[in-house]
Design a protein. Sequence first.
Length: 145
Amino acid sequence: MLLEQSREADQLREQLRQTEEQLRRRQLDLQEAGSIAEASMRVNQVFEAAQKAADQYLDSVRTLSGRQALVCEESRRKSEQLLAETQAKCQALEAETQEKCSRMLREAEEKANRTWEEMRGKLQQFVDQQAFLQELLHMVSGESK
């Protein structure tokens, strides 16, 4: 009977050991499940933070793109204005130059005409003097004959 009690005690000890082992495993499983849940929550937080950062980045890109469009439009407007001003100045300078050239041409023609008239008058005087001298020579030659 002692032997039987001893076997029974051994069986009960083995059962207790197995039950304790199962309890330990379940505690580990529960701890692991808690760790997985915590890890899952942390991963979710990381994904939420990443999504928030991505949204902020996209907002910044949209804002900068809008600003860039405004800067480009302003630059285009300024360049068109500068081009118009430059064209107007060029037209004014061209008109002024054309006027100066026309005036200089008129003045040159007037001076040439005056000079021509002076030369014509002097030539006429010279011819008249030559005719007078030839007449005189004819007279003197006729008298000497």
